[in-house]
Write a protein that binds this ligand. Sequence first.
Ligand code: ATP
Ligand code: MG
Length: 295
Amino acid sequence: MSDDPPEQRPPGTRGRLRGDGAGSVDTVISVDDVTREAERLAAEGPSRDEIAALAAGTPFLYIDGLVAGYGKMEILHQLDLQVGKGQSLCLIGPNGAGKSTVLHSIYGFTNITGGTISVDGRDITRLGPNAKLRDAGVAYILQDNSVFPDMTVEENLWMGGYLMDQPAKAKQAAEQVFDRYTRLAERRHQLARVLSGGERRLLEISRALVMNPEILLVDEPSIGLEPRYIDMVFEILHDLQHVDGKTIVMVEQNAKKGLEFSDIGYVLVSGQVAMAGKGSELLENPDVGRLFLGG
Ligand SMILES: Nc1ncnc2c1ncn2[C@@H]1O[C@H](COP(=O)(O)OP(=O)(O)OP(=O)(O)O)[C@@H](O)[C@H]1O
Ligand SMILES: [Mg+2]
């Protein structure tokens, strides 16, 4: 057994993944090796038809040939992504592959120099984040800890409705969230700083729900959480997809959890889709297993 399973390793650290042999030290492969091997896989990425076939029916979120980055630095090169309404898609891949940048681009945080992003047939490529949230039903749950620690749980939720024209509407929407998550309701008057990691993540997700979005962009939902909270977060996301019909695009370092959860999985390497398949298929894929699932 490796004493450093990838699912417990924070991103950005130089970790080691177990190989596919007996799992002994000799078969451990470095992160650099993972990147090199993944780039080999990327050389023949999926066709647009394969990407289209994975999305159920007409794609709800449709990204075509996206070229995007930060300033003059191009990170995503001709990226395609398609997901049907009520489906979930998980992006996995090495650190720095551009997974978060895909979510940033959908939400409007990057410099887009080519391609299009549309939701439900409407081109939203050039909309800024506020318009995305208010008019296009796209909500983004950040990778970084984003609760306001010195505000109460209730005030944090109200912040989720900052784009609503009347504060009363935000409060009403917050009450609906409290009705659903009693765990938060019990703590509504406490400062967010006293919440446990799992409760904080719940608050982050809930805050995004205040605007009643159709599409949830979720960056690393399990990061930094104890296993029992990881399960809780995935159960909440499962309900949002299967009970509420939300469309979910997530990035997950814990590739096993992310692929188990998601209908569709993409392996992203160097700003391009290297592999695409049903989540369950990628879980069974020996290359994915060796490179991203710890053997
Ligand atoms: N705000 C930014 N400004 C400039 N460069 C950025 C910014 N955010 C990310 N980058 C760069 O873009 C590239 C892709 O980063 P991104 O965060 O999308 O990777 P990632 O796949 O999410 O990695 P990780 O698994 O470590 O979270 C990296 O080279 C990174 O340094
Ligand atoms: Mg990231």
